[in-house]
Ligand binder design. Structure first.
Ligand SMILES: Cc1ncc(COP(=O)(O)O)c(C=O)c1O
Length: 407
């Protein structure tokens, strides 16, 4: 990848995504689940750029959405309605209504209260809501506590016994059709055992529902497959699929997974320009033009991203790579081995495709970065760099309205 050329053409900070890598990741999953009917959904929250969605839709991916905004994005990108799932612990009435009217595949329900709400809205709309219930298997995904979701103490889903009661309730409701079972235990998972354990819980429930003549068609194992940021040993898609399928003997369900990070994480690079070097005593800082508003993972989770200087020899000394934001938490890397750098030199922050741009903000009134796709050796802009006008548009109208009123 010619980072210097890209920086010259599109400026920095710049997100760059390798679309061929995304295809490879998608096909590796599809292949791993080959023995069964499967639906590989992409969890939009990882990176919801429309061009990425369109790329994945063309490969045959479905989408896991957690807001109306995400559903609208998926539809706009051409994802088939029957491949869209609506997840999330708190869905507003208008969001439920939208999903039902759009007739997407199913809503993943997270509580009894939500189920009743969906039933009521379906009744008002004179329709039947296809649903799935998110089971909280009380399994430790052994990941960062902020992104662990399958423990009783987490806010997600309901325990298997409660889920069973809810399925029975659905069976007796003319407005609810239970078609799926859902479970998602966390993100950046590197250990296969929690997947086996969680799937065992949901597969047991699946069988007990079958005995009650509740016919579940979709077995959604969630997402969470970890990726290599540094030297992590990751789970192979084949082993992931085997851990799931081993629990499904004798059943006839379509296996669904909803992966985000695995599909796009290592496709992405954040390119940033060095502004200055500075030393506070013995401490070396490299101040760059990207900041925590562009990539918040280091600040939020203490996450590691490999950072490399472009067109420089290796070696050097340790430095913290920091952004211009007025917070000590504004760093992209700590104790990074870097050569002597000058104004205008480039650094690339790797593994930035997931939870990078999608978690970015305008904090400090900074404009969000541009995004570029590389596919088959060719590059194209997939999101323009924001301009100051984008930043103030919605406020400006109010300001002008208030000025009118005061006149
Ligand atoms: C319900 C659900 N599904 C899927 C995902 C995707 O996780 P990952 O990007 O780790 O695959 C998440 C992430 O938080 C989620 O909450």
């Amino acid at each position: 990848m010619d980072f210097s050329k890209l920086a010259l053409k599109y400026k920095t900070p710049l997100y760059i995504y390798d679309f061929d890598y995304i295809s490879t990741q998608f096909y590796s999953l599809k292949e791993a689940f080959r023995a069964r009917k499967s639906l590989i959904c992409y969890a939009l929250k990882a990176n919801s750029n429309l061009s990425i969605l369109k790329h994945l839709a063309a490969l045959g991916a479905g989408c896991d959405c957690v807001s109306v905004g995400e559903i609208k994005r998926a539809l706009l990108a051409g994802v088939a309605k029957y491949k869209i799932i609506f997840s999330g612990v708190g869905k507003d009435d208008c969001e439920i209504e939208f999903a039902l009217k759009e007739d997407i595949l199913m809503l993943n329900i997270e509580s009894e209260a939500e189920l009743k709400r969906v039933e009521k809205i379906a009744q008002n709309l004179k329709t039947i809501a296809r649903i799935s219930i998110r089971v909280n298997p009380d399994v430790d995904a052994k990941t960062h506590h902020y992104i662990s979701t399958g423990l009783k103490k987490n806010k997600f889903g309901v325990d298997a016994d409660t889920a069973k009661k809810l399925y029975i309730y659905c069976k007796n409701s003319p407005f609810l059709e239970p078609i799926g079972i859902h479970c998602h235990i966390g993100s950046q998972i590197l250990d296969i055992a929690p997947y086996s354990d969680a799937t065992a819980v949901t597969a047991t429930l699946l069988r007990s529902l079958k005995a009650l003549e509740i016919d579940i068609k979709f077995f959604d194992v969630g997402g969470g497959l970890g990726i290599r940021y540094k030297d992590e040993v990751t789970i192979e898609p084949y082993d992931f699929a085997q851990a799931v399928l081993a629990n499904l003997g004798g059943t006839d369900v379509t296996t669904v997974c909803e992966l985000g990070r695995f599909l796009v994480g290592n496709s992405g690079y954040l390119l940033t320009k060095v502004l200055y070097e500075k030393h506070n005593g013995a401490k070396r800082f490299v101040v760059v033009d990207a900041a925590m508003n562009d990539l918040i993972r280091p600040s939020l989770y203490d996450a590691y991203h490999e950072i490399e200087a472009i067109n420089k020899n290796g070696g050097g000394t340790l430095a913290d790579v920091v952004g211009p934001i007025c917070e000590s938490g504004d760093f992209l890397g700590k104790d990074v081995l870097l050569p002597q750098l000058n104004h205008g030199d480039l650094l690339v922050v790797k593994s930035a495709g997931a939870y990078g741009f999608s978690m970015s903000s305008n904090y400090n009134s900074r404009l969000r970065a541009a995004e570029v796709a590389i596919e088959g050796g060719r590059e194209r802009l997939i999101r323009k760099r924001e301009e100051f006008e984008d930043l103030i548009r919605l406020e400006k109208e109010c300001l002008e309205g208030a000025n009118e009123e005061n006149r």
